[in-house]
Design a protein. Structure first.
Length: 197
C-alpha cells in the first residue's frame, strides 16, 4: 500500500487518502461488474481483488461526477429540477454516488483545496457544496447516478496503463502511472487556448 508514501509527498491528510482509496476501490469494483463505465468494465474485470486495490491506491479520485462542471453543480445545488423519467440506476451505483456526494460535501465543508486536489472539483462547485445541508444529499444520489463515469474517461492511454500496471508485479511501474494521473489533473486545470477558425 502506497498511501504512506503519498502522504509524505502531498498536502492531503492520511485520512483523506484512505477515504479516496476506498472510494476508488468501490468504483473499480462497480466498473468490473459492468454497472458503470461499460468501456472500462472489460479491462477491469480480469483484475483480481488485490490488483484492483493496487490500482485504487491513487492520491486522487478515479471516478467523476462532473465535479469540474461548476455551472451544472451550481444549478443542481440551487434546486434546479431534473427530468423525472431518467433511467433508474442500479442500487449499487446509487449507493456509490450517495457515498461519493457525501464525501464531496465533507471535504468541501472543511474549506481549502482538498476537494480540488482529490476530486478535481472546481472552486465554484466546492462553494456550492459548502452551502448545502447534509440532509439534501441523499435525494441527489439517484438523480446523479447517471453522471458517474471514470475520471479522464476520454484518456484511454491512462486507463490502459493503469490497468496494465496493476496487473504486473512491479509496484514502481504502477506508481509512475499513478503519478501520471496527477499530470492529467493538473492539465485539466489549464485554461483552454482559443483556437483559430
Amino acid at each position: 500500500m502506497l498511501i504512506g508514501h503519498w502522504v509524505q509527498e502531498s498536502h492531503v491528510s492520511f485520512e483523506h487518502l484512505i477515504s479516496i482509496r476506498g472510494l476508488n476501490r468501490r468504483f473499480l469494483d462497480l466498473a468490473s461488474s459492468g454497472l458503470v463505465a461499460p468501456g472500462l468494465s472489460a479491462r477491469v474485470s480480469p483484475l483480481s481483488s488485490s490488483q484492483r486495490a493496487a490500482a485504487a491506491d491513487c492520491p486522487y479520485a478515479l471516478f467523476d461526477l462532473r465535479f469540474q462542471d461548476d455551472t451544472y453543480w451550481r444549478g443542481r445545488l440551487a434546486g434546479a429540477s431534473r427530468i423525472a423519467d431518467e433511467p433508474r440506476a442500479a442500487a449499487d451505483t446509487v449507493d456509490f454516488v450517495r457515498l461519493g456526494l457525501f464525501y464531496a460535501w465533507h471535504v468541501t465543508s472543511g474549506g481549502g483545496l482538498i476537494a480540488h486536489l482529490l476530486l478535481g472539483m472546481h472552486a465554484n462547485t466546492a462553494e456550492a457544496f459548502r452551502r448545502v445541508s447534509v440532509d439534501e444529499l441523499p435525494a441527489l444520489a439517484a438523480a446523479e447516478a447517471s453522471n458517474l463515469t471514470a475520471r479522464w474517461s476520454h484518456c484511454h492511454a491512462y486507463w490502459s496503463a493503469l490497468i496494465d500496471a496493476a496487473a504486473q508485479p512491479d509496484p514502481g511501474v504502477l506508481r509512475r502511472v499513478q503519478l501520471s494521473g496527477l499530470q492529467l489533473a493538473a492539465a485539466a486545470q489549464l485554461p483552454s487556448e482559443p483556437r483559430e477558425v
